[in-house]
Design a protein around this ligand. Structure first.
Ligand SMILES: C[S@@+](CC[C@H](N)C(=O)[O-])C[C@H]1O[C@@H](n2cnc3c(N)ncnc32)[C@H](O)[C@@H]1O
Length: 303
């Protein structure tokens, strides 16, 4: 094997990222660093304490990518005024009976942050009730303090989607959710934790009709190419300077998280957009992976 060192490895090309030799070097050099070494909860909390709700922009384009979350006949580009909720901030979750009586479509956003995906959707579709879960207390505090946090339509709480299944199932009834949304959330988790998050979705979605809607970083995205190899802690997994994680998905890896015994893949596609870096005079490519999975069955296969 060629003698690599983290000094000689600067930004890597896609071909290099695909090379087993380099992947092996990177994995070996970081094999001591396991998930126990890091506490991403603390780091995300620090992230929101510093950046408040100013870092991510509202994700209005989700209305184009996931039109199933809009009411029939509403176009994705239609403007909707922000919600101005002046009522009480409810601290109790709604009961399933309450939700059913109001005929809501129930959405669960795992890793909801400060609501940049929730608010654009709530504005556009009055029939949505959104549960939001994030393991950062600061993110949930900021989300609840937002004037758009209409307690009749949103209930957000602190929990770890990979570890707190019991706590979460006490708030959200089993098999009650129409859509679980995973927007740039799995990329913030260790690959070993992603299964726990998908299993949670499997428990809470309605079997036969419930769907996972996914959009996140794809393998070879410009931000992956720009990562310094010394930040790579596993294949396609990077630890940023602020302690948060960034995982870059291949279609085959994402597919492996949603096995056909339980899930039917409705859509799985890498989307690209060319961007020009005028300073460096380079053409670069943003890459995102978008997918939709239908929960066919939540029965565990008998051995
Ligand atoms: C990049 S942000 C995306 C936020 C939001 N989904 C959006 O679209 O703006 C990732 C979020 O996932 C949360 N997160 C990561 N791992 C988590 C876990 N295991 N349980 C709950 N939240 C988690 C982080 O705290 C962070 O708010």
């Amino acid at each position: 094997m060629q003698n690599y060192s983290s000094r000689s490895l600067k930004a890597l090309s896609i071909a290099q990222l695909e090379s087993d030799e380099i992947a092996k070097y990177l994995e070996n050099s970081f094999q001591q660093r396991t998930s126990e070494t890091f506490s991403t909860t603390k780091d995300w909390n620090q992230f929101y304490t510093t950046k408040q709700n100013k870092f991510f922009k509202n994700r209005y384009n989700l209305r184009y990518f996931f039109p199933e979350l809009l009411p029939a006949g509403v176009e994705p580009h239609t403007w909707h005024p922000p919600v101005q909720w002046q009522g009480q901030k409810c601290v109790e979750p709604p009961s399933l009976e309450e939700l059913k009586s109001r005929q809501h479509i129930i959405v669960l956003e795992l890793g909801c942050g400060v609501g940049n995906s929730i608010f654009p959707l709530i504005r556009a579709n009055p029939s949505l009730f959104v549960f939001g879960i994030d393991f950062s207390e600061e993110a949930i505090r900021l989300l609840r303090d937002n004037v758009e946090y209409d307690s009749r339509r949103i209930y957000a709480f602190v929990a770890d989607t990979a570890k707190d299944e019991q706590k979460i199932c006490q708030v959200i009834p089993l098999h009650s959710v129409d859509y679980v949304t995973l927007f740039w959330t799995l990329s913030a988790q260790f690959p070993q934790e992603m299964n726990g998050t998908v299993e949670l979705a499997q428990k809470l979605l309605k079997p036969g009709t419930g769907k996972v809607l996914f959009r996140d970083y794809a393998f070879g995205d410009l931000t992956q190419i720009r990562q310094h190899p010394k930040n790579c802690i596993d294949r396609n997994l990077y630890l940023r300077g602020d302690g948060t994680l960034a995982y870059y998905f291949t279609e085959s890896f994402l597919q492996s998280l949603f096995p056909s015994s339980h899930w039917k893949t409705l859509e799985l596609k890498t989307h690209t957009k060319a961007v020009v870096n005028r300073k460096e005079n380079k053409n670069m490519t943003r890459r995102w992976l978008q997918a939709k999975f239908l929960l066919v069955s939540n029965q565990t296969t008998q051995q």
